[in-house]
Design a protein around this ligand. Structure first.
Ligand SMILES: [Zn+2]
Length: 256
Protein backbone atom coordinates (compact mmCIF):
# COMPACT_ATOMS: atom_id res chain seq x y z
CA UNK A 1 0.00 0.00 0.00
CA UNK A 2 1.55 3.25 -1.10
CA UNK A 3 1.08 6.48 0.78
CA UNK A 4 1.59 8.36 -2.47
CA UNK A 5 -1.65 9.98 -3.54
CA UNK A 6 -2.57 8.85 -7.05
CA UNK A 7 -3.33 11.53 -9.60
CA UNK A 8 -6.92 12.68 -9.40
CA UNK A 9 -9.20 10.98 -11.85
CA UNK A 10 -10.37 13.11 -14.75
CA UNK A 11 -13.90 14.37 -14.38
CA UNK A 12 -16.15 12.33 -16.61
CA UNK A 13 -18.62 14.98 -17.72
CA UNK A 14 -21.22 12.58 -19.08
CA UNK A 15 -21.00 10.05 -16.27
CA UNK A 16 -21.32 12.69 -13.56
CA UNK A 17 -23.59 15.09 -15.41
CA UNK A 18 -26.36 15.02 -12.78
CA UNK A 19 -23.88 16.04 -10.09
CA UNK A 20 -22.41 18.79 -12.20
CA UNK A 21 -25.88 20.26 -12.69
CA UNK A 22 -26.25 20.74 -8.94
CA UNK A 23 -25.46 24.23 -7.71
CA UNK A 24 -23.83 22.82 -4.55
CA UNK A 25 -21.50 20.47 -6.46
CA UNK A 26 -20.93 21.68 -10.02
CA UNK A 27 -17.64 21.16 -11.85
CA UNK A 28 -15.42 22.22 -8.90
CA UNK A 29 -17.25 19.91 -6.47
CA UNK A 30 -17.02 17.01 -8.90
CA UNK A 31 -13.29 17.66 -9.25
CA UNK A 32 -12.99 17.54 -5.44
CA UNK A 33 -14.79 14.20 -5.40
CA UNK A 34 -12.37 12.93 -8.03
CA UNK A 35 -9.40 13.87 -5.85
CA UNK A 36 -10.87 12.48 -2.63
CA UNK A 37 -9.57 9.44 -0.80
CA UNK A 38 -12.11 7.74 1.46
CA UNK A 39 -11.44 4.82 3.80
CA UNK A 40 -14.34 2.47 4.51
CA UNK A 41 -14.00 0.27 7.60
CA UNK A 42 -16.17 -2.82 7.13
CA UNK A 43 -17.41 -4.10 3.75
CA UNK A 44 -20.71 -5.33 5.17
CA UNK A 45 -24.28 -4.10 5.23
CA UNK A 46 -23.25 -0.43 5.62
CA UNK A 47 -19.95 -0.46 3.75
CA UNK A 48 -21.54 -2.04 0.66
CA UNK A 49 -24.09 0.67 -0.23
CA UNK A 50 -21.71 3.40 0.94
CA UNK A 51 -18.96 2.14 -1.38
CA UNK A 52 -21.42 1.65 -4.25
CA UNK A 53 -22.73 5.22 -4.11
CA UNK A 54 -19.28 6.71 -3.56
CA UNK A 55 -17.85 4.84 -6.56
CA UNK A 56 -20.82 6.02 -8.62
CA UNK A 57 -20.23 9.55 -7.31
CA UNK A 58 -16.75 9.60 -8.84
CA UNK A 59 -14.64 9.37 -5.67
CA UNK A 60 -10.97 9.13 -6.64
CA UNK A 61 -9.84 6.42 -4.24
CA UNK A 62 -11.75 4.05 -1.99
CA UNK A 63 -9.80 1.98 0.53
CA UNK A 64 -11.86 -0.98 1.75
CA UNK A 65 -10.91 -2.72 4.99
CA UNK A 66 -12.56 -6.00 6.03
CA UNK A 67 -11.09 -9.36 7.11
CA UNK A 68 -14.10 -11.54 6.23
CA UNK A 69 -15.24 -13.68 3.31
CA UNK A 70 -18.69 -13.46 1.72
CA UNK A 71 -21.21 -15.87 3.22
CA UNK A 72 -24.67 -16.89 2.02
CA UNK A 73 -26.44 -15.01 4.83
CA UNK A 74 -24.67 -11.76 3.82
CA UNK A 75 -26.56 -11.62 0.53
CA UNK A 76 -29.81 -10.51 2.19
CA UNK A 77 -28.30 -7.01 2.63
CA UNK A 78 -24.76 -6.74 1.23
CA UNK A 79 -25.75 -5.56 -2.22
CA UNK A 80 -22.32 -5.58 -3.88
CA UNK A 81 -22.12 -9.36 -3.64
CA UNK A 82 -23.60 -12.10 -5.79
CA UNK A 83 -24.13 -15.80 -5.06
CA UNK A 84 -20.97 -16.63 -7.02
CA UNK A 85 -18.95 -14.49 -4.59
CA UNK A 86 -19.57 -16.81 -1.60
CA UNK A 87 -16.27 -17.66 0.16
CA UNK A 88 -14.35 -14.90 -1.68
CA UNK A 89 -12.73 -12.18 0.45
CA UNK A 90 -15.31 -9.40 0.76
CA UNK A 91 -12.85 -6.70 -0.24
CA UNK A 92 -11.99 -8.55 -3.49
CA UNK A 93 -15.64 -9.17 -4.42
CA UNK A 94 -16.45 -5.54 -3.57
CA UNK A 95 -13.55 -4.23 -5.71
CA UNK A 96 -14.73 -6.26 -8.71
CA UNK A 97 -18.31 -4.99 -8.33
CA UNK A 98 -17.13 -1.37 -8.02
CA UNK A 99 -14.87 -1.72 -11.07
CA UNK A 100 -17.79 -3.14 -13.05
CA UNK A 101 -19.64 0.07 -12.17
CA UNK A 102 -16.70 2.36 -12.97
CA UNK A 103 -13.23 1.05 -13.88
CA UNK A 104 -11.72 4.47 -13.12
CA UNK A 105 -12.32 4.33 -9.39
CA UNK A 106 -9.12 3.41 -7.56
CA UNK A 107 -10.02 0.64 -5.10
CA UNK A 108 -7.46 -0.35 -2.49
CA UNK A 109 -8.24 -3.54 -0.59
CA UNK A 110 -7.07 -4.50 2.88
CA UNK A 111 -8.28 -7.96 3.98
CA UNK A 112 -7.50 -7.31 7.62
CA UNK A 113 -9.28 -6.29 10.81
CA UNK A 114 -8.82 -2.59 11.55
CA UNK A 115 -7.19 -2.12 14.96
CA UNK A 116 -5.17 0.40 16.94
CA UNK A 117 -1.96 -0.99 15.43
CA UNK A 118 -2.78 -0.69 11.73
CA UNK A 119 -5.29 2.19 11.70
CA UNK A 120 -2.71 5.01 11.53
CA UNK A 121 -1.40 3.45 8.30
CA UNK A 122 -4.90 2.69 7.01
CA UNK A 123 -5.93 6.34 7.42
CA UNK A 124 -2.74 7.74 5.88
CA UNK A 125 -3.56 10.32 3.22
CA UNK A 126 -7.33 9.92 3.73
CA UNK A 127 -9.74 12.84 3.56
CA UNK A 128 -12.30 11.06 5.70
CA UNK A 129 -13.19 7.65 7.10
CA UNK A 130 -16.53 5.84 7.10
CA UNK A 131 -17.09 3.32 9.85
CA UNK A 132 -19.64 0.62 9.17
CA UNK A 133 -18.15 -2.11 11.33
CA UNK A 134 -20.20 -4.13 13.79
CA UNK A 135 -18.16 -4.22 16.99
CA UNK A 136 -17.41 -1.61 19.61
CA UNK A 137 -13.68 -2.33 20.03
CA UNK A 138 -13.14 -1.50 16.35
CA UNK A 139 -15.42 1.56 16.57
CA UNK A 140 -13.42 2.96 19.48
CA UNK A 141 -10.13 2.29 17.67
CA UNK A 142 -11.39 3.99 14.48
CA UNK A 143 -12.56 6.97 16.54
CA UNK A 144 -9.14 7.30 18.22
CA UNK A 145 -7.35 7.03 14.88
CA UNK A 146 -9.61 9.60 13.17
CA UNK A 147 -9.01 12.05 16.05
CA UNK A 148 -5.24 11.52 15.76
CA UNK A 149 -5.37 11.95 11.96
CA UNK A 150 -7.63 15.03 12.32
CA UNK A 151 -10.08 13.78 9.69
CA UNK A 152 -13.89 13.50 9.93
CA UNK A 153 -15.39 10.14 10.88
CA UNK A 154 -18.78 9.30 9.38
CA UNK A 155 -20.24 6.63 11.61
CA UNK A 156 -23.28 4.48 10.94
CA UNK A 157 -24.92 1.82 13.06
CA UNK A 158 -27.94 -0.43 12.57
CA UNK A 159 -29.96 -2.90 14.61
CA UNK A 160 -33.10 -4.83 13.71
CA UNK A 161 -35.30 -2.08 12.12
CA UNK A 162 -33.37 1.00 13.27
CA UNK A 163 -30.29 2.90 12.35
CA UNK A 164 -28.34 6.03 13.15
CA UNK A 165 -25.64 8.14 11.59
CA UNK A 166 -23.46 11.05 12.66
CA UNK A 167 -20.22 12.79 11.71
CA UNK A 168 -17.53 13.14 14.35
CA UNK A 169 -14.85 15.77 13.90
CA UNK A 170 -13.57 17.03 17.28
CA UNK A 171 -10.54 18.60 15.58
CA UNK A 172 -12.96 21.25 14.26
CA UNK A 173 -13.67 22.66 17.73
CA UNK A 174 -15.74 22.58 20.88
CA UNK A 175 -19.04 22.17 19.03
CA UNK A 176 -17.92 18.91 17.44
CA UNK A 177 -18.15 15.74 19.54
CA UNK A 178 -16.46 12.41 18.87
CA UNK A 179 -17.98 8.92 18.76
CA UNK A 180 -17.03 8.30 22.36
CA UNK A 181 -18.94 11.42 23.50
CA UNK A 182 -21.99 9.46 22.24
CA UNK A 183 -20.96 5.95 23.30
CA UNK A 184 -18.48 6.19 26.22
CA UNK A 185 -18.14 2.42 26.67
CA UNK A 186 -19.44 -0.80 25.15
CA UNK A 187 -23.14 -0.96 26.09
CA UNK A 188 -23.91 -3.88 28.42
CA UNK A 189 -26.69 -5.04 26.11
CA UNK A 190 -24.58 -4.93 22.92
CA UNK A 191 -25.61 -7.69 20.51
CA UNK A 192 -24.60 -8.42 16.95
CA UNK A 193 -27.08 -8.61 14.09
CA UNK A 194 -26.17 -12.30 13.82
CA UNK A 195 -28.10 -12.67 17.09
CA UNK A 196 -30.81 -10.01 16.78
CA UNK A 197 -31.56 -10.06 13.06
CA UNK A 198 -31.54 -7.06 10.73
CA UNK A 199 -33.79 -5.83 7.94
CA UNK A 200 -31.65 -5.58 4.83
CA UNK A 201 -33.18 -2.33 3.62
CA UNK A 202 -32.29 -0.44 6.82
CA UNK A 203 -28.59 -1.12 6.15
CA UNK A 204 -29.18 0.26 2.65
CA UNK A 205 -30.71 3.44 4.04
CA UNK A 206 -28.02 4.09 6.64
CA UNK A 207 -25.13 3.11 4.33
CA UNK A 208 -26.53 5.42 1.68
CA UNK A 209 -26.88 8.25 4.22
CA UNK A 210 -23.19 7.69 5.02
CA UNK A 211 -22.33 8.12 1.33
CA UNK A 212 -24.48 11.26 1.19
CA UNK A 213 -22.69 12.66 4.22
CA UNK A 214 -19.29 11.91 2.62
CA UNK A 215 -20.31 13.70 -0.60
CA UNK A 216 -21.44 16.71 1.46
CA UNK A 217 -18.21 16.82 3.47
CA UNK A 218 -15.99 16.57 0.38
CA UNK A 219 -17.91 19.14 -1.67
CA UNK A 220 -18.73 21.34 1.37
CA UNK A 221 -22.42 21.22 0.43
CA UNK A 222 -25.10 21.76 3.06
CA UNK A 223 -24.81 21.07 6.77
CA UNK A 224 -22.88 18.00 7.87
CA UNK A 225 -24.19 15.96 10.81
CA UNK A 226 -21.57 17.38 13.17
CA UNK A 227 -22.99 17.62 16.70
CA UNK A 228 -26.17 15.90 15.51
CA UNK A 229 -27.26 12.28 15.31
CA UNK A 230 -29.80 11.28 12.67
CA UNK A 231 -32.01 8.39 13.75
CA UNK A 232 -34.03 6.24 11.36
CA UNK A 233 -36.90 4.21 12.82
CA UNK A 234 -37.82 1.78 10.09
CA UNK A 235 -40.89 0.35 11.78
CA UNK A 236 -42.62 3.69 12.33
CA UNK A 237 -41.13 5.43 9.31
CA UNK A 238 -39.87 8.28 11.48
CA UNK A 239 -36.64 10.12 10.74
CA UNK A 240 -35.38 12.52 13.38
CA UNK A 241 -32.21 14.36 14.29
CA UNK A 242 -31.07 14.94 17.87
CA UNK A 243 -28.33 17.26 19.07
CA UNK A 244 -25.16 15.80 20.56
CA UNK A 245 -22.84 17.91 22.71
CA UNK A 246 -19.18 17.27 23.28
CA UNK A 247 -18.52 15.49 26.60
CA UNK A 248 -15.87 17.43 28.54
CA UNK A 249 -14.98 14.19 30.36
CA UNK A 250 -14.74 12.12 27.15
CA UNK A 251 -11.86 9.67 27.35
CA UNK A 252 -11.14 9.98 23.62
CA UNK A 253 -11.43 13.69 22.73
CA UNK A 254 -10.99 15.04 26.24
CA UNK A 255 -13.19 18.04 25.60
CA UNK A 256 -10.14 20.08 24.63
ZN1 LIG B 1 -15.35 12.66 22.66
Amino acid sequence: MSDKRPPSRPTDIDRHARHILLREIGGPGQARLGKARVVIIGAGGLGNPAALYLAAAGIGTLRLVDPDAVSLDNLQRQVLFRTRDIDRPKVDAARDALHALDPAVEVETVADLANAGNLPTLLEGADLVLDGCDDFATRFAVNDAAIAARIPLVSGAVGRWDGQISTFAPHLGAHAPCYRCLVPDTPPDAESCAVTGIVGAITGIVGTLMALEAVKLITKAGEPLIGRVQIVDGLSGNLRTVKLARDPACKACGGG
